[in-house]
Design a protein around this ligand. Sequence first.
Ligand code: 13P
Length: 256
Amino acid sequence: MRKKIVAGNWKMNKTYSEAVPLMYEIKDLLFKSSKSESVIKIIAPPYLYIHDFHETSKGLKNLFIGAQNCAYEESGAYTGEISASMIKSVGANYIIIGHSERRSYYKETHEDLKKKTDITLKHGLTPIFCIGETKEKRESNEHFNVVEAQITDSLFHLSAEEFKKIVLAYEPVWAIGTGLTASSAQAQEMHHFIRSLIEKKYGSGVSSDISILYGGSCNEKNAAELFACPDVDGGLIGGAALKAKEFVEIIHSFPK
Ligand code: 13P
């Protein structure tokens, strides 16, 4: 079943003493809102806070914790890395993989992301796999090719059973943190393209079940229009996820 999902990617923001009250504030607002119960809500804080946040999230329906990255190795002498099994052991259920900031600043390749997806699934966690083109690629009309390659090269080795467990997030790089949002027409066009790629490879049963989130300057003002698109199943939120009220308003933005 296709799910409605809103995930907050906190990126490298908030010290511990800032993060804990924010998490409580979000939880309190969600407690008061019956509207948000059926929406899957995910908070992906820095690794250090996952354990605490998982404890705090208990008792609230459909609230889960995610990590922003993981190592592709199982364990061993990889100084500074965090494994999928460690992430699972502190209570997270989701791992964001292939965020454009990781692709560009840390040079993560399609092959790296394929391995990260595999290890995430192996440990029974859900990858939130990010895809999206740069401004340059959109302007040269190569955006569909870029997104197709990102999906094909890192994900199409999966079986249909495995693929069904993934959540996709289309995040055009030019919209991330820039205040420039894809129009609902641009988002719908790309989400529909992604769903048809999946249909060609895995059939309509899988393609209609996959949740595809939009990310990139999504906020409480534009979320309703984006979430009204037939192929947009929710959002992956950066900046607006760091403000409790705005984040919860985004969660309330699905059509009735
Ligand atoms: P912004 O919402 O700040 O543009 O960030 C989007 C994002 O990168 C979420 O992963």
